[in-house]
Design a protein. Structure first.
Lengths: 933, 505
């Protein structure tokens, strides 16, 4: 009877009754332009309702043809409207006129910004200071565009936020299967096993929540491991509040029970796991026959009994047995996920994902219906239509020798490396990234960002003011979800899709007959988009083409002029997305027009058990089968003489071997050296960590048995997310901040009693480098011994009237005589007058505490992942403490950095390489760049 | 026919607040108010802790108290059974907010009119589902037709599996909850702890029983432990001093005329100034003040005449307006007869004047009865209390008037005042001693021991002295009368506020 959305054929002229005028019937005319959300990573579909009379976006709803979000959104989707209309957003390019951090700015033109920054970078390139140009990204938005740009520039200048996010989980997955991310098929699962809060937070939570609930409806058992009661935990059949850092122990106990109960998928393991290597390496005393694998595993994991797991994890033994039984009954249907949480919290956290995948493997659930796929088989990254050669450079600031196995750059160590004299930056772009606020040890970032000797020029590409942009030299406004182009794809379910983000008002204007040279002509103010910016900037870097850069950004249709995005996307969608040209033709559209009209495309085909696919003989030509049945191709990373040979033949993941022999058939396999799932990782063994070659429990840096509880020590979980907010981008949404604006410290009432903390009382949390003062929230929803505060809040601004948001309080930053930094909260949120009446209706004042400032960097020695959990001392506030106070000693933080650095086992690894060639790496360089000096 | 309702599936709700934001976007709902929101409640002790979610909004009741009380039919029943509203008719009297047992209605600060969920009827009209329905990631909000016996919502009702909020209000709600924990549906089954909410500030207007209320009524009706509200929204009380003041001014107007009628009955109709002219002038002045307070409390004061031109006759605001108008007419006639020194006419006017004075004093009881959300105001003794208060107010005012002119039969007036005082205090005492629902117990706790304690005490201290002071000369008597009037205002203010102190959501 009722529909969710207007029919697609009406999207260009949708007539709707005005909600405010109702019950008077006032008709409004809209054009519905699809785009994708730019808040979390999920890229859910949005439909922008452009009011044809005002030419403005009236609202955002979901895009019903989007394969992942299916027309539905979380709170952050419709809240995009707030970000578009935010009264405090940056509308014009700004250049600093006072000292860094002084907050004095002048408005400049885009031309001036491009000229000045382009000239600077061009000079650095000409002077062979390529590694001094760095692009540091928070939210990517697009999967491959920057690889094209950076390859064209010939620099190893990519930096990401990943090692404060997911490096840990990635290493654990990648060492099993090459792919670094899981893709659970929740909708069809029998067991949904979450070491995460994917029903309410995290990437893809909207698409995942949809499918988790479908699975639940179909009878799946939901297991959630989390020290605190998340919304996800509250909907789970089993909530295990295990001691933080013991999750791997629990998983290994479950794995062992599966084998002990003989409820494991022996056939799958025999077929797809490198058990021969496992036996040879760990039990040379046994015959290399599969029947020995079970007993060998039971021996190998002898200490992981349910009783010991119950003791170590602090949970009920019977429930461990019960969950193991459920997992054993649901063979093939184990959909497990961990992404940040424990993997991002603990030293050795990467083993949490490795152990979770162990259970996935034992239950035979890899890539099955209802099981867990590899992200690479559910995520589609189109190849950019222009392929400059990869860079021949290796940037030690981002990929230091100490961390050969890290997944993604050691971005959070950048300021310490700069302080240690490992290099300097000439031009540093931050892109939708706020390192000073988001990273641990923000005061060290502040010191470095404020120092022109270390960072010559900081260009902040951001839709809104933030703490880091305040210390920039240029602040260049870049669009939000409806103001930019990007192509993104994520592994949300069984299937592959791409989503297309587009500048909505430009699209609308063009359909109305207007024409635009650049997107900033159509966006609010002069807000631009990065993709056009990079093209224009590349022209200014290399105005005469002598650097060989400009040619990559030149129009193919009109040589001598910059490439347009229409041309770029025409090439991309025609040439790089299987099935799209055919689908478009079926509707009488060009592929680009198809994407502009629909905003998303589901690639045809099923993605279950991709590894079982047969490999055609033609693809095996020229290969040689090795002793373990892997078809190796000469001149690839799997089989090469010199690195020069494989330049140009480096796949994104894997060593280039096309197949593996399984029972006499050439199968697609996994992109690992063995082409199988690696229970025993020879890479770990060869790169310095033989003791971690198999799934292992590593005792966390916050392991509870090491804590002195009587002295007030507790484990702080400072990372959890809540459904409405997303890092620092959501501060500019009034609706989201109205719902959530405080992050009190969750503490169990028993703990509060013991620690002398009163209801809503102020608490001082002392870390190794300083302390912060926060308010208590006593709850039965957290494990005694653990305290937690969501990471979202604690935003601040230094100027009363500038850089305001719905979530930033006014603060002051000063350096005390003893050298310690102090952030003091002057006041929280207050109503103020603006063109937006709602700024006068702000009714809340709390804006939280910037706790990350007090965390030293704690890079996991293997994965490089920042170990977010903190061993802290918790007690009532002390005289003179005020809510929101933060005090930090950055000398102490540098000492902690050096301490953690000393835990590493630096490369080079085998062959004098900086990193295994088969590992994935963003903006992967030429093979020769892997050779250590 | 179609009778639309919502199925709110708490078993699928993940507490993500997407519905809240989609609704804000669709209807441009300002900060501070909500048409729909998600309530979080926590139960149990670690590690058996649980968190429950329930979406809160208008219940589109088949017997909607908001429609009955709305004086201008701004709230109306749409053909599809939805309770919709028309901004153009709303005078902003806020009666609907007190009539609604679900905290569903608010005054939109941008329009100064009453708003609430209207089922996105502008979308329904065009065959589209409401915004909250389409946005929900887990499809936990579903539209159903109660006139279709095969619909999910009908089956949930029929099987008893579906639960509704406060069924005892008998409003016939059409929003049914599936899998909701009882603690989220009963507003008195959970409270915000001193630590506040999980991720929002707690203001005094956030829905929770106060600690004092909980001391008075600690045990849940279902015997379970009190749960903890960890997320909810604010609902500011809408009636305050203007309404309390209106109760006093009209009590004075009515009471003064009751005294004047008494004088006429006692044969003093010929006392032109003290009976014929001044009382209707004083009563008239207070009646004008009453009207001014009523209009002044409207969020759309310029639309006050809608009460008459667009009047909804089921509303006691409208009926009350008729009573006040009739009383005003009576006062005018009295005054003219007084000027004409026509004592005989006054005798004829006594009966209608007494009736209309009692109506003026007492109709508010029926108005308050219509406030289904305020159980304190539903108590049956309200009518006699209001009448006793009119006697107190009339007697007291007359004793003050006695300072400026010669009031005949002051003895009788003092007796009437004394009866009023004793009756008023006695009736309140009876009310306080009776057994009540938890809601009323909490409201009474707020009245006597909670936020209204000082007002209540002021009334208790300021009212009885007149019984003693009136035994002395005119000045002490007038002073006693003044104290009683101030006390009366304190009581009305306490009563009006206490009635609104109990959370509904």
């Amino acid at each position: 009877m009722l529909n969710a959305y207007p029919p697609e054929e009406n999207w260009d002229d949708h007539r709707a009754l005005d909600a405010k005028a109702w019950p008077r019937r006032v008709e409004r005319r809209f054009r519905l332009v699809p785009t994708t959300c730019f808040n979390c990573e999920a890229n859910c579909g949005l439909l922008a309702y452009v009011d044809k009379d005002t030419g403005k976006i009236a609202k955002f709803e979901g895009n019903p043809v989007h394969p992942a979000s299916r027309g539905r959104n979380c709170a952050k989707g419709p809240a995009t409207l707030n970000q578009v209309e935010d009264p405090e957003r940056i509308l014009h390019p700004m250049k600093r006129v006072g000292d860094r951090g002084e907050g004095l700015w002048e408005r400049i033109t885009w031309d001036q910004a491009l000229d000045e920054i382009g000239e600077r970078i061009g000079r650095a390139f000409r002077e062979d200071r390529r590694h001094e140009v760095m692009y540091h990204v928070g939210r990517m938005g697009d999967d491959s565009y920057m690889e094209w740009v950076l390859h064209a520039w010939g620099i190893d200048g990519h930096n990401s936020h990943t090692n404060i996010c997911s490096s840990g989980a990635r290493v654990g997955f990648a060492t099993w299967m090459g792919f670094d991310r899981p893709s659970p098929d929740f909708a069809n699962a029998r067991v949904i096993f979450l070491i995460s809060s994917h029903l309410e937070a995290g990437h893809y939570f909207n698409p995942h929540a949809q499918r988790i609930l479908e699975g639940k409806e179909n009878g799946a058992t939901i297991v959630c491991i989390d020290p605190r009661l998340s919304n996800t935990a509250s909907q789970a059949d089993h909530w295990f509040s295990a001691w933080p850092g013991t999750e791997a122990f629990l998983l290994l106990a479950i794995a062992r029970l599966l084998i002990e109960n003989d409820t494991w998928d022996r056939a799958f393991v025999e077929r797809w796991v490198n058990w021969q290597t496992f036996l040879a390496e760990t039990r040379p005393d046994l015959d290399p026959v599969f029947d020995n694998v079970g007993p060998a595993l039971l021996d190998h994991y002898a200490e992981y009994t349910p009783a010991e797991a119950a003791r170590v994890c602090g949970i009920d033994e019977d429930r461990i047995r019960e969950v193991a039984r459920v997992c054993g009954e649901g063979l093939g249907g184990f959909a497990g996920h961990t992404w940040r949480a424990a993997s991002a919290g603990n030293e050795g956290g990467w083993q949490v994902s490795r152990c979770l995948w162990f259970v996935t493997v034992l239950t035979g659930s890899v890539g099955t219906e209802g099981g867990t796929n590899a992200n690479g088989w559910n995520k589609f990254i189109p190849v950019t239509p222009i392929h400059p050669e990869p860079q021949g450079e290796w940037n030690d600031l981002t990929w230091p020798a100490e961390y050969p196995l890290t997944h993604h750059e050691l971005s959070m160590l950048l300021p310490h490396f700069l302080k240690s004299g490992r290099g300097r930056l000439d031009t540093y772009f931050t892109r939708v990234y706020n390192p000073l606020w988001t990273n641990p040890d923000g005061f060290t970032w502040l010191e470095v960002l404020a120092d022109p000797e270390k960072v010559g020029c900081h260009v902040a590409l951001t839709p809104t003011w933030n703490e880091s942009a305040w210390y920039a030299d240029y602040v260049l406004p870049m669009g939000v979800a409806s103001e930019r182009h990007d192509v993104g794809s994520f592994e949300t379910h069984n299937g592959m899709w791409i989503g297309f983000r587009q500048p909505v008002l430009r699209r609308h204007g063009e359909l109305e007959g207007e024409s635009f040279n650049r997107t900033h002509e159509a966006n609010p103010g002069e807000v631009w988009e990065e993709q056009e910016f990079w093209i224009d900037l590349s022209w200014r870097i290399d105005p005469d083409g002598e650097l060989g850069i400009r040619r990559h950004f030149e129009s193919r249709e009109s040589p001598g002029t910059p490439l347009t995005l229409d041309e770029y996307y025409t090439m991309l969608f025609e040439g790089s997305v299987p099935g799209l040209p055919e689908a478009a033709a079926a509707e009488g559209l060009t592929p680009l027009e198809y994407m502009r009209r629909k905003g998303a495309f589901a690639l045809p085909g099923d993605q279950y058990r991709v590894y079982e696919r047969d490999v055609a003989d033609a693809d095996l030509a020229g290969t040689e089968k090795d002793a373990l049945g892997v078809y190796r191709r000469p001149g690839t990373a799997g089989s090469y003489g010199s690195l020069d040979e494989i330049n140009g033949h480096m796949p994104f993941i894997g060593d280039g071997s096309p197949a593996v022999d399984i029972a006499g058939e050439a199968k697609f396999g996994f992109p690992t050296p063995s082409k199988k799932l690696e229970l025993f990782s020879e890479t770990m063994r060869d790169w310095g960590w033989p003791e971690y070659a198999t799934p292992t429990f590593i005792r966390s840096h916050v392991h509870w048995e090491d804590l002195d509880f009587a002295a007030g020590e507790r484990i702080l979980v400072p990372t959890f997310r809540i459904p409405t907010l997303i890092h620092t981008r959501s501060a500019n949404s009034e609706w989201l901040n109205e719902i959530s604006h405080r992050h009190p410290l969750w503490v169990h009432p028993g703990d509060a009693e013991e620690l002398g903390i009163e209801e809503n009382g102020l608490v001082r949390i002392t870390t190794r480098i300083g302390h912060f003062v926060i308010a208590a929230w006593r709850t039965e929803g957290i494990r005694p011994g653990v305290v937690a505060a969501s990471h979202h809040m604690g935003r601040w601004r230094l100027d009363e009237d500038k850089a305001r948001s719905w979530g930033a309080g006014k603060a002051s930053v000063e350096r005390e005589p003893d050298g310690r930094w102090r952030l003091r909260r002057e006041h929280g949120n207050q109503p103020y007058d603006s063109d937006e009446p709602d700024t006068g209706r702000i009714w809340w004042s709390d804006t939280g505490v910037h706790q990350n400032l007090t965390f030293p960097v704690q890079p996991d020695p293997v994965s490089g992942m920042h170990c977010w959990l903190q061993r802290v001392t918790v007690g009532p506030a002390q005289p003179g403490d005020a809510y929101g106070d933060v005090v930090v000693d950055t000398e102490a933080s540098h000492a902690v950095f050096e301490e953690w650095l000393a835990k590493t086992r630096p490369g080079p690894g085998p062959g004098g390489l900086r990193r295994p060639l088969w590992f994935a790496r963003p903006v992967k360089p030429k093979a020769t760049a892997y050779q250590a000096d | 026919m179609t009778r639309l309702g919502f199925v709110l599936d708490s078993g699928s709700c993940i507490g993500c607040h997407a519905c809240t934001v989609a609704c804000k976007s669709e209807h441009d709902v300002p900060l501070g108010v909500n048409r729909t929101w998600v309530k979080y409640v926590e139960t149990g002790a670690f590690p058996d802790t649980d968190r429950h979610f329930s979406v809160m909004r208008c219940n589109h009741c088949d017997d909607a108290p908001c429609m009955a009380i709305c004086p201008t039919s701004a709230l109306f029943r749409a053909d599809n059974g939805v309770v919709d509203f028309d901004d153009d008719n709303c005078i902003g009297c806020k009666a609907c907010i007190n009539a609604c047992p679900y905290d569903a209605i608010y005054i939109n600060p941008a329009t100064s009119t009453a708003h609430k969920c209207n089922f996105c009827n502008h979308r329904i009209e065009e065959g589209l589902e409401p915004s909250c329905v389409i946005v929900c990631p887990t499809q936990a909000i579903r539209v159903g037709d109660l006139d279709d016996p095969d619909s999910e919502i009908s089956r949930l009702f029929a099987s008893g599996e579906g639960k509704v909020r406060t069924p005892e209000q008998k409003t016939l709600p059409k929003v049914v909850y599936k899998g909701a924990d009882p603690s989220t549906l009963d507003p008195l089954a959970s409270a915000i702890a001193a630590d506040g909410l999980i991720w929002a500030d707690t203001t005094p207007a956030h829905s929770t029983p106060t600690p004092v209320a909980l001391t008075a009524a600690p045990s849940r009706d279902d015997g379970a432990d009190m749960a903890r509200t960890v997320y909810t929204t604010q609902h500011k009380p809408t009636w305050g001093s203007m309404v309390s003041g209106y109760l006093v001014t009209k009590a004075i107007a009515a009471g003064v005329m009751l005294v004047a009628s008494l004088q006429v009955m006692l044969g003093h109709g010929s006392e032109q100034a003290a009976v014929g002219v001044v009382p209707p002038m004083v009563a008239g002045a207070f009646l004008v003040l009453t009207g001014a307070l009523l209009v002044g409390d409207l969020k759309q004061p310029r639309r006050f005449h809608y009460l008459l031109t667009r009047g909804n006759r089921t509303s006691w605001l409208v009926k009350g307006a008729y009573v006040l108008a009739g009383f005003a007419a009576c006062l005018a006639a009295w005054w003219i007869a007084g000027l004409a020194d026509a004592g005989g006419v006054l005798l004829l006017l006594v009966a209608p004047t007494v009736l209309l004075a009692l109506g003026t004093a007492g109709y508010t009881a029926f108005l308050f009865f219509q406030c289904e959300g305020r159980d304190l105001w539903q108590e049956r003794l309200l009518l006699p209390v209001l009448l006793a208060q009119a006697m107190v107010a009339g007697g007291s005012a007359t004793l003050v008037m006695d300072l400026f002119m010669e009031v005949p039969e002051t003895g009788a007036v003092k007796v009437m005042l004394a009866i009023g005082v004793v009756a008023n205090i006695g009736l309140v005492a009876i009310e306080l001693r009776r057994h009540h629902s938890r809601h009323v117990t909490m409201a009474l706790a707020d009245l006597t021991r909670g936020a209204q304690r000082s007002r209540f005490l002021a009334w208790l201290l300021l009212t009885p002295p007149v019984l003693l002071l009136e035994l002395f000369g005119p000045v002490p008597s007038a002073l006693g009368g003044l104290c009683a009037l101030v006390g009366l205002f304190a009581y009305e203010d306490a009563y009006v506020r206490a009635g609104q102190s109990v959370p509904l959501s």
